[in-house]
Design a protein around this ligand. Sequence first.
Ligand code: ADP
Ligand code: MG
Ligand code: MG
Length: 896
Amino acid sequence: MTKYVYDFHEGNKDMKDLLGGKGANLAEMTNMGLPVPPGFTITTEACLAYLAQGGAPPEMLGEAGEHLVRLQDAMGKVLGDPEDPLLVSVRSGAKFSMPGMMDTVLNLGLNDGSVNGLAKQTGGDVRFARDAYRRFVQMFGKIVMDVPGDAFEHALDEAKERKGPGAQDTDLDAEDLAAVIERFREIYREHTGEDFPQDPKEQLNLAIAAVFRSWNGKRARDYRRQNKISDDLGTAVNVQAMVFGNRGDDSGTGVAFTRDPATGENVPYGDYLPNAQGEDVVAGIRNTLPLAELQKLDPVSYGELIQVMHTLEMHYRDMCDIEITIEKGKLWILQTRIGKRTAFGEWVMAHDMLNESLIDEDTALLRVDANRLEELFKRTVQAAGATPIARGLNASPGAATGKVVFSADEAEAWAKGGERVILVRRETTPDDYHGMIAAQGILTSAGGTNSHAAVVARGEGIPAVCGADQIKLDLASRAFTANGTKVVEGDVVTIDGFTGNVYVGELPLEDSVLEKARAGDAAARETRIWKAFQRLMAHADARRRLRVRANADTPDQSTNARERGAEGIGLCRTEHMFLGQERVAAVQQMILAETPEEEQAAYDVLLPLQRDDFVGIFRAMSGLPVTVRLLDPPLHEFLPNQVDLAVQVALGRERGEDVSEQERLLRKVNEMHEANPMLGLRGVRLGIVKPGLYAMQVRAIVEAAATVKKEGLDPQVEIMIPLVATKGELEQMRAELEPVAREILEREGVELDHLEWGTMIEVPRAAVTAGEIAEVADFFSFGTNDLTQMGFGFSRDDIGKFVGMYEERKLVPANPFVTVDRPGIGRLMRLAVEEGKAGNPALHLGICGEHGGDPASVTFCHEVGLDYVSCSPFRVETARLAAGQAVIGSAESASK
Ligand code: ADP
Ligand code: MG
Ligand code: MG
């Protein structure tokens, strides 16, 4: 027979599935001998049975009845006894703490008789007893029976008004409270059509059923969907003997953390509210005192609390968050769980606990969240004294200050002119990308944490505040207003991506301690956070098998990546090397060339420019591999816009000007027009159609490598062909390009230790035929952006319109452009790894899509056996950490 009810003595902390988080930890603390008011937990299985059958299973009611008797015996009191009543709280508690679940009902068991018994128990404190009763009617009505809370609040306000102007709750005496209770019971009757239940068992059963039903409430369901929590878990119910923090100045209630959750420091931290019940702290009706004050108010209880905190930390080996109540000088512990902490706090705590030998190095490493590491490198704003003009969602961490602009083009133009700008939009679209990456920060008045603006900002490491709906844009007058403040184009604002606050004017920004320390600042290097970072990252590096490279296109980016621990460049894109006035002209000449001589002349211009770019990169990365990708985007991206050009030609003709040159260009542009350029003439297809292009690039790369080698440095070159779909394509490219490289090396009399030829795996066909392709490749690099795009048939640039809804409805497990989609795209990768290695055992494997900096994807790359991940330079530390954690995580799961 299923056991539906567990006494607190019968459970433990590992039974969260059955007892919920709250119940499991109450049981654990009970068995540790901590002062927990006795009680029992009705299981999540009972909840599921209740919901399935539309009523409580009879066995459950029987068991709950037996446990109630035991509780009564233990307390020497009977629930609702008019002489000496037992009172209980009814508390919901699912496996994960979850807003939307039913609120706790306190003081259950009170009725017209037991209210007198409560007064007797408390030495004749009739006022206290009646206050407890009116709170109970109110809570029970509102929480269990859905009576609108305002009705009770309103009646209470009236009672206070009758008492006199400015009267408080505490001014109501026993007589007044008797009247309030009467009024509350009328309200209850008006809204429910029934009398307030006097039978304590009926009260209890109604409350338990209400907790169960709240599992399927709208708020709870929405929360579960948002947070990807299963609907099949159910919630447990805890029934626990009441203790009272509102019995005078020697009583009170509070919340305590065993360490400071903000700074991580090993000092007790918390709030305490004398003479109050638990819900008063949350309601914020009076200001709480810092926990340290309790030491003065009640040194004995404080001392005992410190002892309990120590016991809990030694037991859970982590920072705990505790709810306490003191009743007449006696300390009670009402809840504990592993405490939430800031990104900063978790590093400091993990490192301290390691030094205290509370945890080992592997455990310490798993305690820090790779997804939040980036936050530690961001600038913060010093906002003391400043009032925000608006607040939105903290969509991407970091602080930024700059002049307001309202379009992506302005952002780009102003930034080129050396201005720091904040791009302000209602929301952004892929067309805004160039302006977004030119801005210091992004501010939108619409859109959520998964909006285009938010996703791009996080991906690029740009601070952003999104959905600040108090901001009313007036694009016509290039201005916005927010709560009465008007801001026009060019005005300076400051945004705080940690809090979502928006300020007018330039607030001082502070560099992160870690960035300062990295730059050599002596004081910063003495901080706890830097020491924690150094030690734990060293452990991650020692543990990881995956190498970490960066995607970098310039010498500066390469140097930056190397400083962050990059062990090579996994993707050096050459397209930006085709931009800039002089280069665009040459590129256009190449595209438009009518004869081989014209085309060659263009390559002669481009060659030395490209070579210099590569020299800088090889120098910066000496001794480490650099994967250079030959030109990938469609050529028309380097030509003028078709429509603009047609307009120019038409206007010129009308004016009778000589437009033959533009006409020639237009003809070529029309000729090259593609309906689907991303699936058109690009990548290796360009290499096949314009053989001189890749040959020129290879010449530039190998000549640069030869130059750097002659300087005594060690260039390690990997040449990568994009968008390959067939073995034949790669074979042909190698046949054409390898002789070019060989000839240069012979001419220069130089040998390279490391010169490899490989391909991206980014077209599904390439993944599926990887075994064949591997026969002619030295390495594969998974281009997971395109692989995801083509695998799903989702255009990454357009997915913003529906990806949020897809995630919400669980149509995709996660945004597949952020985290590798294991069952689909991941399966293609796994296949390509296995068959690729079978086809060529010496094959190197890496990933260069943006997924390379996403912790969950890094774990996947570890599991499928890649050799390295490559990601943006500012994600290198994240990837190093995630790669270390992946080893420990898989060791853990292997030992289970
Ligand atoms: P939540 O999950 O919202 O924290 P809780 O069940 O922990 O809800 O309870 C809300 C408040 O009521 C807390 O402050 C808690 O300490 C207090 N409380 C719960 N049960 C009791 C009890 N048996 N005696 C006294 N206070 C209680
Ligand atoms: Mg609680
Ligand atoms: Mg690609």
